[in-house]
Ligand binder design. Structure first.
Ligand SMILES: Nc1ncnc2c1ncn2[C@@H]1O[C@H](COP(=O)(O)OP(=O)(O)O)[C@@H](O)[C@H]1O
Ligand SMILES: [Mg+2]
Length: 307
């Protein structure tokens, strides 16, 4: 049994209709750590999370979640894990209080009254306990959803895109909450598409087509990708993009009024441009490679391999 890791799985695999949507995935998350789970839509994040908490049987793979065997001890894992589903699992036509009570019942908690009251106080929603959950703002729905999956005092939180469609202020508050929970010893695996959120995680795991493509701290993931990045500014950036996209070595991403171009180390963008568009007026400046550049590059490679 692994004490150091809250999640420690190897070779996790799930097939739907013969297609591996999670493909021999190895994931380790240390206790007390916030691990960001990233990847394009359809890359297998939700499927992985459902296997980790015992809601879905893996077709292959082994390992443990909170020290329990993921294949044989799903019931025990469920008791100690809080799972926030991708579309908040709230009942819109139940009140705030009824939502909390419903979940407390589902967990067979004996001190339901007290647990629900405490949660309402912690949320600061005592005065609005009878309000229908469906009438809450996005940020409040998300806080309520988090409170419901914390009722049974889990040791591991699996959060599936918890901040999708939530405004920036609410997202920031949410992340403060996540960090204070982690400081109390909770382990968090959180899937997200937001780069600012990825940067708030202790470690990251990036998957595409069900395969783990990168793992480690943000710095490690960036260093390991081995990319060089330049920023292009000036007139007619569209023409620059078109030119660069004609060569597969360049990854071209618009960033506001500039264009970021990444390539494996060893490629020389200024020299390449001088050769193909001599006398061009674009300003080319080397910049630090960011997480987003890395993820776009990884996804592009994965697509090429897949094709
Ligand atoms: N129950 C299912 N039956 C068949 N295919 C599924 C099922 N659940 C997910 N998939 C497919 O598996 C792939 C991964 O989905 P998912 O895990 O939801 O990805 P993500 O959460 O990263 O967007 C997708 O192609 C999806 O269509
Ligand atoms: Mg998903």
């Amino acid at each position: 049994m692994s004490e150091e890791f809250a999640i420690d799985v190897r070779g996790l695999t799930k097939r739907f209709a013969g297609r591996a949507v999670v493909d021999a995935l190895d994931i380790r998350v240390r206790r007390g750590e916030i691990c960001g789970f990233l990847g394009p839509n359809g890359s297998g994040k939700t499927t992985t999370i459902r296997m980790l908490c015992g809601l879905l049987d893996a077709d292959a793979g082994e390992g443990s979640c909170l020290g329990h065997d993921i294949r044989r001890e799903a019931r025990r894992i469920k008791r100690r894990v809080g799972y926030m589903t991708q579309r908040f699992g709230l009942y819109e036509d139940l009140s705030i209080e009824e939502n909390l009570d419903f979940v407390a019942r589902a967990y067979g908690m004996s001190a339901r009254r007290r647990v629900v009251d405490e949660a309402l106080v912690q949320l600061g929603l005592q005065g609005r306990r009878r309000q229908l959950a469906g009438t809450l703002s996005g940020g409040w729905k998300q806080r309520l959803a988090l409170a419901t999956c914390m009722l049974h005092e889990p040791e591991l939180l699996l959060l599936d895109e918890p901040t999708a469609g939530v405004d920036p202020k609410a997202r920031r508050d949410f992340w403060q909450q996540i960090h204070s929970l982690a400081a109390q010893g909770l382990t968090v695996l959180v899937s997200t598409h937001y780069m600012d959120e990825a940067e708030r995680c202790h470690r990251l795991a990036y998957i595409s087509y069900g395969k783990l493509l990168a793992a480690g701290t943000a710095e490690e993931v960036i260093a390991h990708a081995g990319l060089h990045t330049w920023e292009l500014r000036g007139e007619q950036l569209g023409a620059a993009s078109t030119l660069l996209q004609s060569d597969a070595r360049w990854m071209v991403v618009p960033f506001g009024s500039a264009v970021h171009v990444s390539a494996p180390r060893g490629e020389d963008l200024p020299a390449w441009l001088a050769e193909r568009a001599s006398g061009h007026a674009w300003r080319v400046t080397p910049i630090a490679t960011g997480l987003e550049d890395v993820f776009i590059a990884l996804t592009q490679h994965a697509q090429d391999n897949f094709a």
